[in-house]
Design a binder for this molecule. Structure first.
Ligand SMILES: Cc1ncc(COP(=O)(O)O)c(C=O)c1O
Length: 373
């Protein structure tokens, strides 16, 4: 039995059926020759299936311990794909502090009458229990973006199951290397592959991993019908990124731990959010590399972010380079001001995606920026 680290490194290696290439070739063809009119080959049309996408999907399904995976053209397409499983007007329970784009999509679908979106604080599973009756889907995002709040995945997925609802966990912040949603009871695990899985900030993509073959078939059907599948090149590149996921995650997490220790001791920083205690110790195998911290004012936060040197001021996360952002005005701008306030987001909050640079360089950059307040 090889470990996930070895499996990741070996993703797609020596697969090439034609010439024995060590890394898989890229198949960009949109269409494939049929052997006869009543017999199609393994591949027929690029939206439906593609060798590079299949290689990535099987690596990701194996990593998550699922029956199969569907690779989509963005993380949002992965979320939309899951919504496609639901009947019109279905009740969807989601975290009130989820990623801003998720909140925007669910709110817009609600406004159209396509779903009934119910946002609750999932930090207490009792809040889910209160509304789960007649729900069709429970969406979980833990740690939450950007406040790193934790949801008890076992408890919430059990509530969903008992109510006859599907459950899905957005595992973008941790990846299966740090949290295994399907083992914790979820029906589906999804990720924006834009982030850690690709890891180099040069692909936008997503994935949904299904626990059962039945769900996998439904997801594949909808991905093809609605045209949500990812491009061959993106799949090829993401598979390349995947081979270093374990190395990158270990290095970025070590840096995040050091930054958190530095910030927790800093007099100008009243609160640091990091998923390293409580539920994190029972459902995660590590805290990951995302963190956020609160400053007294939005003005102080802007000053720090604009002077943070090697921390680039940009949305997104999970790349080898460190990024810093103001969620209220950047990643969570798609939420209404009321929804942002309800989620506890203000302009003083700073989010960091820790990269794999030298730890001292990162801490020195933050120390210099905080000295300007
Ligand atoms: C937790 C989370 N889920 C989903 C998404 C959406 O992914 P994408 O930008 O690849 O569509 C993001 C994007 O930042 C995210 O942070």
């Amino acid at each position: 039995m090889t470990t996930p680290t070895t499996k990741l490194v070996q993703s797609g290696i020596a697969w090439d059926p034609a010439y024995g290439a060590v890394v898989p070739p890229l198949y960009t063809s949109s269409t494939y020759v049929w052997p006869s009119t009543d017999e199609k080959g393994l591949y027929d049309y690029g939206r439906s299936n593609n060798p590079n996408r299949d290689l990535l999907a099987s690596a990701l399904a194996e990593l998550d311990g699922g029956a199969g995976a569907v690779v989509t053209n963005s993380g949002m397409a992965a979320i939309d794909l899951v919504l496609n499983l639901l009947p019109a007007g279905a009740k969807v329970i989601a975290p009130h502090d989820c990623y801003g784009g998720t909140h925007r999509l669910l709110s817009a679908r609600h406004a159209q009458g396509k779903i009934e979106a119910v946002f609750v604080d999932q930090g207490d599973a009792a809040n889910v229990a209160d509304v789960v009756d007649d729900a069709a889907l429970v969406m979980v995002e833990t740690p939450s973006n950007p406040l790193m709040r934790l949801t008890d995945v076992r408890a919430v997925c059990a509530l969903a199951r008992d109510a006859g609802a599907l459950s899905v966990v957005d595992n973008t912040f941790l990846t299966p290397l740090r949290q295994m949603p399907l083992d914790l009871g979820a029906d589906m695990a999804l990720q924006s592959t834009t982030k850690y899985l690709n890891g180099h900030s040069d692909v936008v993509g997503g994935v949904v991993v299904a626990k059962t073959e039945e769900l996998q078939e439904q997801l594949s059907w909808w991905a093809n019908a609605a045209g949500l599948t990812g491009s061959p090149f993106d799949a090829w590149q993401t598979l390349r990124g995947l081979r270093t996921l374990a190395l990158r995650m270990n290095a970025a997490e070590a840096n995040a731990k050091a930054i958190v220790a530095f910030l927790r001791d800093h007099p100008e920083v009243p609160t640091v959010h990091y998923a390293d205690a409580g539920l994190a110790t029972t459902q995660q195998s590590g805290p990951g590399a995302m963190l956020s911290f609160q400053l007294e004012t939005g003005k102080a936060a802007s000053r720090v972010m604009e002077n943070a040197g090697i921390f680039r001021l940009a949305a997104s996360l999970g790349g080898v380079e460190s990024l810093i952002c103001q969620p209220a005005t950047m990643t969570h701008r798609g939420m209404s001001p009321e929804a942002r306030a309800a989620a506890g987001l203000d302009d003083g909050l700073i989010r960091i995606s820790t990269g794999i640079e030298d730890q001292n360089d990162l801490i020195n950059a933050l120390e210099a920026a905080l000295a300007l307040i």
